[in-house]
Design a binder for this molecule. Sequence first.
Ligand code: FES
Length: 107
Amino acid sequence: MPSVTYLHVDGTKQVIDVPVGKRIMQAAVAAGIDGIVAECGGQAMCATCHVYVDEAWADSFAPISDEEDEMLDETVCERTQASRLSCQLVVTDRADGLIVRLPATQV
Ligand code: FES
């Protein structure tokens, strides 16, 4: 099962095993990880599941859709090249070792 590290702005790391097919947002919410709000429940309509995907894993996920791209313009913290909506990130075996950085705030 892929191991995913959620890295908080204060440097705190939370590492969880995420089943293939699960979304990065779903795994974080289920594990009670602070920093992902996910107000819309994964519909790409709120941008409160914003994360920064470490460059080494950028190709491990489907490209940004038009819908996700629009919502990424609504994030509270700065959008960067690494920005993704974690509800759109489906875990595959290639995600093992993935590091996602959490923004300072989602709302
Ligand atoms: S949970 Fe709302 S956009 Fe991801």
